[in-house]
Every structure is written in structure tokens, then in C-alpha cells.
Ligand binder design. Structure first.
Ligand code: ATP
Length: 346
């Protein structure tokens, strides 16, 4: 089921957490709300869940206006970062709990609980209590409990934050698998760009209550529309230094990097580490400060224009600290962003 929000605003005293947001979450897809702490992603999720009342704007599930529908009547499954399982109940009772509230007959409820347990692969843990489970297992129970009601929408608020690094990797793949098996429209809140990039069909990048860009993960990465998005995605992060456009030339210090059809102005010049290409008559010159061998690749760290930049190059190219090199960019891949607005110019 498609979820649509129209001109959605939530103001708290002193803060506009969500600022006139209009957006469609596609039916059956896993959409990620991504952004730094405080950007309004949880508030957006809570508005969709009905846990917050919007200051203004509308929320639709399919064609149904649910803006004034209470949370328990919206048909949503919610999973939070801190599992929120009932500690005194067994896993089985935890999963059954929402069905008892809905007065589902006992046999049917048990069937459904075991079907969900199978889906999230915890059938053998049904008689345990939450304290006897690992963090990942507890999160599986929370997902089963959210899905057992057969909700229309699944909402996940930083569901992996409390897990250690290894479990986080495992569980994010599990969330993707479960979501695909059930085919449920899912909205996933995270501040971790790698997590969002790895499992989401579509990512909504937010900043200070506003939507910055909505796109498929790879497109956001290769085609950011602002410096904010370019900087938020990618590890190691994109390199950014100052440059100017003058007489149609892109100048980094005095080096002419390219010609562009843009008016004279100061710009942010940005490039991804993996797009660095060393070659003899490359437009930029630098001295390598440090070399890190990272398995398949080599990372060089140097300075351009007083800014530290990183390049990832083929490990077969021999380089050493102190060496002067010239470089340009693979397929001429670099970005220019307006210094005034951060908006992408090239
Ligand atoms: P985080 O990842 O830290 O949870 P977030 O992107 O989910 O951040 P929100 O929790 O949506 O951000 O908060 C957005 C803004 O609204 C923040 O400035 C926050 O302080 C404020 N805010 C959120 N909830 C409330 C509340 N109940 N009362 C007042 N201000 C709030």
C-alpha cells in the first residue's frame, strides 16, 4: 500500500521538526528516511504512525485519509530501537499479545504466531523470555510481533542501533529478506548512510525538517543534487575543496581543471576518492602525505588547496609518501556546488 504525505508540518515549541513535507512512499518498497540527528526523520515516522498529531498537512494510506485515524486503527506495525518486548512474557506470548487484543481466536492466533516466528527464524526460541535472547534475536521477535497483525505498513525506527557491528550487518540483510518475503510497504529510519544504501529501494535524505533529495541509493550517490547529500553519502567521504569559475574555466588554486559553461563564481569543488586518476599530465598536482594499503586498493592522502583529500587507486600502482603526483578524475567525474546555496552546478 502506498503512503502519501502532503504538506506535512510538525512544529514543537521552538522547532519545526518537519517542514511542509510532501512525499510518496511506494507500495511494497523499502524506503529509508536518512539524515543527521535531529533532522526530523523520527517525527515523520511518528506522524505516519499517528503517535504525533501534525500541525498541518495530510497523511494517506492508499486513497484513505488517515490523518485523524488513531494509531491502533491505522494498521501499522512498529519496531523501535529498544525492542520494547514484555520482559515477563515468553517469546510466544509476546508475539501473540497483539492478536489477543484484536480478539483473534486462539488456534488461529497460534498459527499466525508460529508462521511469523518461522519467517523471522525464531521458532526454536518460542518458550524463552526476552532476557534469554541476544539483541538480534530480540529484534527478530519485535519484527514478528509487528507483522503478526498483518499490518498495512511496517515502520522501523533505528531498529539496528542497539546491535553490535556484526549483528547489525546480519540483521539489515534479514530486514531486507523479511520485507521482500512479506512484500509490505516499509519505512525505515536511520542515520547510517551505509545501512540505508545497502538495503533501501529508495532513500529520502532529510535535513532540518526538509527533504533534500529522494532517489534510489546509487543515484543519490552518483547524482547528488546538493553538497549536503554529496557529503552525507559515501565512506570515505567525498573530498571537497574551494575553487572558482572564471571565464568558463574551473580553477583550483591556479590550476585549470576543466572548462564549464557557468558564470563566474566561487564554488565547492568535490570528487569521490575512487574517482581519482593518477596520470602524468593530470590537471592537479600534489605531494602524497600518506599511503594506506587497504587490501585490493591503495588509499593516498594528500593536500589540495590546504584541504586534506583522499584518493583510492589501484594497488598495483606504486606510490610512496613524499612523492609528487599529478591527477585528474575518472570519466571527468567531479562535482561543482554553488558556494552560496550548496546547490549542484555540475
Ligand atoms: P534522531 O536520529 O536523533 O532521533 P531525528 O532525525 O529522528 O533525530 P526527530 O526526533 O524527528 O529527529 O527530531 C526533530 C527535531 O524536533 C529535533 O530538533 C528535536 O529536538 C525536536 N523534537 C522531537 N520531538 C520533540 C518533542 N516531543 N518535543 C519537542 N521537540 C521535539
Amino acid at each position: 500500500m502506498e503512503v502519501r504525505v502532503e504538506n506535512l508540518t510538525k512544529a514543537f515549541p521552538g522547532t519545526v521538526a518537519v517542514n511542509n513535507v510532501s512525499l510518496t512512499f511506494q507500495s511494497g518498497k523499502l524506503s529509508g528516511l536518512l539524515g543527521p540527528s535531529g533532522c526530523g526523520k523520527s517525527t515523520t515516522l511518528f506522524l505516519i504512525a499517528g503517535l504525533h498529531e501534525p500541525t498541518s498537512g495530510k497523511i494517506y494510506f492508499g486513497d484513505e485519509d488517515v490523518t485523524d485515524v488513531p494509531p491502533e486503527k491505522r494498521g501499522i506495525g512498529l519496531v523501535f530501537q529498544n525492542y520494547a518486548l514484555y520482559p515477563h512474557m515468553t517469546v510466544e506470548k509476546n508475539i501473540l499479545f497483539p492478536l489477543q487484543n484484536m480478539k483473534v481466536p486462539k488456534d488461529e492466533a497460534l498459527d499466525r504466531a508460529y508462521e511469523m516466528a518461522k519467517l523471522v527464524q525464531i521458532e526454536n526460541l518460542m518458550k524463552r523470555k526476552p532476557a534469554e535472547l541476544s539483541g538480534g534475536q530480540q529484534q527478530r521477535v519485535a519484527i514478528a510481533r509487528a507483522l503478526v497483525k498483518h499490518p498495512r505498513i511496517l515502520l522501523l525506527d533505528e531498529p539496528l542501533s542497539n546491535l553490535d557491528a556484526r549483528l547489525r550487518l546480519e540483521m539489515r540483510q534479514e530486514i531486507k529478506r523479511i520485507q521482500q518475503e512479506v512484500g509490505i510497504t516499509t519505512i525505515f529510519v536511520t542515520h547510517d548512510q551505509e545501512e540505508a544504501m545497502s538495503i533501501c529501494d529508495e532513500i529520502i535524505v532529510m535535513d532540518r525538517g526538509n527533504i533534500m533529495q529522494v532517489d534510489q541509493p546509487q543515484k543519490l550517490y552518483t547524482n547528488p543534487n546538493s553538497l549536503f547529500v554529496a557529503k552525507f553519502l559515501g565512506n570515505p567521504p567525498i573530498n571537497v575543496t574551494e575553487a572558482v569559475v572564471k571565464d568558463k574555466k574551473v580553477l583550483v588554486n591556479d590550476a585549470v581543471v576543466d572548462t564549464v559553461d557557468l558564470p563566474d563564481q566561487p564554488v565547492h569543488f568535490a570528487f569521490r576518492p575512487e574517482d581519482v586518476l593518477l596520470y602524468d599530465d593530470g590537471p592537479l598536482q600534489t605531494e602524497i602525505q600518506m599511503v594506506e594499503h587497504i587490501g585490493r586498493d591503495t588509499m593516498i592522502i594528500c593536500q589540495i588547496n590546504g584541504t586534506q583529500v583522499r584518493g583510492i587507486i589501484d594497488s598495483e600502482i606504486e606510490v610512496s609518501a613524499g612523492q609528487t603526483v599529478r591527477f585528474g578524475f575518472k570519466k571527468n567525474r567531479y562535482f561543482l556546488f554553488s558556494k552560496a546555496t550548496g546547490e549542484r552546478l555540475r
